[in-house]
Design a protein around this ligand. Structure first.
Ligand code: PLP
Length: 445
């Protein structure tokens, strides 16, 4: 049986037919409230049913313009025909065979495709996982194993995932750690790049100064540090873009002390910033890169890519995963990388991202009391508000208007639309966002 995706054509502008949440959505919310874990951090009552491109329809037939992409996941949009076809073809062939124990052809094909686009100039090897956290966890294990050093460093504001190692590296909200201690030992945190200094055009040396003059002096010998984990652009922390030179300084510090530089590109990678990896906007090369989210357009696939001599440090049985790199997610991942190439999605992300940023900066100029900063690279954009309450109200007002955006950090609304965004959709999204901001600004007077 050949099942094809239902043919749906959505209008460019959202279409909100019911009060939100609608009657069917309310039924789902009631069931969900009764049976799911209360730990899930739901943003607003959006109940998706199906989607195409940048449009997504809820269970009541309301059509939204998706500037979330399922938290930077649906990189090729919803239901890209090539992804759907690749998934169906692979599902009909074989659903699963553990690549940890046997030689699944599509696993090494996916690893090869990732090695080809890795942001390293020397050869790499790849391990496939099911999620971002699992990729980070694996990278953490590999860094300790390969260097035989216990300590790792990550940054304040960082988000690396929810499993114990990734959670310990995470340092964006105290509530993420609360109740779970003791966390993984020998993980230290340092201040991340400061966008205020970036804005004034100053070189941002505070991080490296802190590591050198404080952490390495009072807390840990640098020769005991296995790795520094860094998001080249902080995502959950509020779309924070380091000043030029910041990553290169970090790389130089790592080189000085034999520390591995691990770029966590789970959110910023796979074309989101207009390059395959956000770190490619700098001249620094990482030793290990983690990926997930946009990698397979919505199917659960993560990866860490390491320089060959690092990955070769561990031997048989040191690390594995029953489902990691399962065939159907790999098929979606290969299709995703092919679509990014053939549909010039890096160029699209660069161009539409620059247009959006320019227009959002005009909005900031018109609403300086409400919009306090606009930042980002490509289609990875953050709009900052005076406080979290205003950001939350803007996010919710956008939802009511049919535009899906998501808070990040303490007072930022994030835009991370699919990379297949069209210019008319970008314009519509911007119009709705501007309306929401103006309305909230007027209500605050
Ligand atoms: N690393 C970064 C930079 C992320 O943004 C996230 C998730 O938001 C993760 C890791 C964890 O990924 P996952 O939720 O797939 O475990």
């Amino acid at each position: 049986m050949n099942i094809t995706a239902p043919q749906v054509a959505y209008p460019t502008s959202p279409l909100i037919r019911t009060a939100l949440p609608g009657p069917r959505a309310r039924e789902v919310l009631a069931r969900d409230n009764a049976v799911t874990s209360p730990s899930l951090p739901r943003a607003y009552p959006f109940v998706p049913k199906r989607g195409r491109g940048c449009s997504v329809e809820d269970v009541d037939g309301n059509v939204f313009l998706d500037f979330n992409a399922g938290i930077a996941v649906n990189s090729t949009g919803h239901g890209h025909p090539k992804v759907v076809e690749a998934v169906q073809r692979q599902a009909a062939e074989i659903l699963h065979y553990s690549a940890s124990d046997f030689y699944l052809p599509i696993y090494s094909e996916m690893c090869g495709a990732l090695a080809e686009v890795a942001p390293m100039s020397s050869p790499t090897r790849v391990f496939l996982s099911n999620s971002g956290a699992e990729a980070v966890e694996g990278a953490l294990k590999l860094a300790r194993y390969a260097t035989k050093r216990p300590y790792v460093i990550s940054f304040q504001g960082a988000f690396h995932g929810r499993t114990m190692g990734a959670l310990t590296l995470t340092d964006s909200k105290a509530k993420y750690h609360k109740g779970f201690g003791p966390l993984v030992p020998a993980v230290l945190h340092a201040p991340y790049a400061d966008p205020r200094r970036t804005a004034s055009g100053e070189r941002d040396t505070a991080t490296v100064d802190y590591l050198r003059d404080s952490l390495f002096r009072y807390e840990v010998e640098p020769t005991e540090v296995a790795a520094i984990f860094v998001e080249p652009i902080q995502g959950e922390g509020g779309i924070i873009v380091p000043a030029p030179g910041w990553m290169e300084d970090l790389r130089a510090l790592c080189d000085e002390f034999g520390i591995l530089l691990v770029a966590d590109e789970v959110q910023s990678g796979i074309g989101r910033t207009g390059k395959m990896w956000a770190i490619e906007h700098t001249s620094a090369e990482p030793d290990i890169v983690t990926s997930a989210k946009g990698l397979a357009s919505g199917l659960p696939l993560g990866a860490f890519i390491a320089r060959e001599e690092i990955m070769n440090a561990w031997g048989v049985g040191a690390h594995g995963s029953t489902y990691g790199g399962s065939p159907v997610p790999c098929a979606a991942g290969l299709a995703t990388l092919e679509i990014i190439r053939s549909e010039n999605l890096l160029e699209n992300s660069t161009k539409l991202g620059a247009d959006l940023l320019e227009r959002l900066r005009k909005l900031q100029a018109n609403q300086p009391d409400t919009v306090t900063d606009v930042r980002g690279v490509g289609l990875f954009i953050g709009v900052e508000f005076p406080d979290g309450q205003v950001a939350n109200r803007v996010q919710n007002r956008c939802f009511e208007k049919g535009l899906l955006v998501l808070e990040a950090g303490e007072n930022v609304v994030r835009m991370s639309p699919p990379l297949v965004l069209r210019a008319d959709e970008a314009q519509t999204g911007l119009r709705l966002f501007s309306e929401a901001v103006s309305e909230i600004a007027a209500e605050r007077l």
